[in-house]
Design a protein around this ligand. Structure first.
Ligand SMILES: Nc1c(NC[C@H](O)[C@H](O)[C@H](O)CO)[nH]c(=O)[nH]c1=O
Ligand SMILES: CC(=O)[C@@H](O)COP(=O)(O)O
Length: 156
């Protein structure tokens, strides 16, 4: 059996964007740090990493569409933090962010990671932004890196 999978390595030439929402920025700032850390640790060049900021997770798909349509980026890492409040608003924001990112990703055929937390509490978000449950921004960027290498392998 031939196993085809990507490796966690960059050659430094890949231009990648992080799209981050500012809502709950105490959390999303940490996710951006994690994503950047993963990019640099795996051979990425900081000068080839752009940070695109949007107000909230609802706006991430719009920025993703613009970023991918520009043709500038080999891949994009989306990070955000949707934290449940006391009304159904959470469900709408989380659903639109998820659906929007999935739709745009399929349209452009480029590696995109969904590092948007959807948590019931702020504590759950803190745990996933660089404390006891790791850093989901870091994890999301490793997904982009692996998929970039897989794309290269499958196209080459
Ligand atoms: N409540 C959260 C939001 N809400 C804001 C929306 O994302 C959007 O910016 C607004 O409705 C204007 O269109 N955003 C988050 O990222 N996280 C939340 O917990
Ligand atoms: C996820 C959200 O939109 C959330 O912050 C909204 O809180 P609330 O439902 O209490 O208005």
């Amino acid at each position: 059996m031939n196993i085809i999978e990507g490796q966690l390595k960059l050659d430094g030439s890949e231009r990648v964007a992080i799209i981050a929402s500012r809502f709950n920025h105490i959390i999303t700032d940490r996710l951006v740090e994690g994503a950047r850390d993963a990019f640099l640790r795996h051979g990425g060049n900081d000068g080839n990493l752009d940070l695109i900021l949007v107000p909230g997770a609802f706006e991430i798909p719009f920025a993703l569409e613009k970023a991918l349509a520009s043709g500038k980026y080999a891949g994009v890492c989306c990070v955000g933090a949707v934290i449940r409040g006391s009304t159904p608003h959470f469900d709408y924001v989380a659903a639109e962010a998820t659906k929007g990112v999935a739709n745009v990703t399929l349209k452009h055929g480029k590696p995109v990671a969904f590092g948007v937390l959807t948590t019931d509490t702020i504590e759950q978000a803190i745990e996933r932004a660089g404390s006891k449950a790791g850093n989901k921004g870091f994890e999301a960027m490793t997904g982009v890196i692996e998929m970039l290498d897989l794309y290269r392998t499958m196209e080459g």
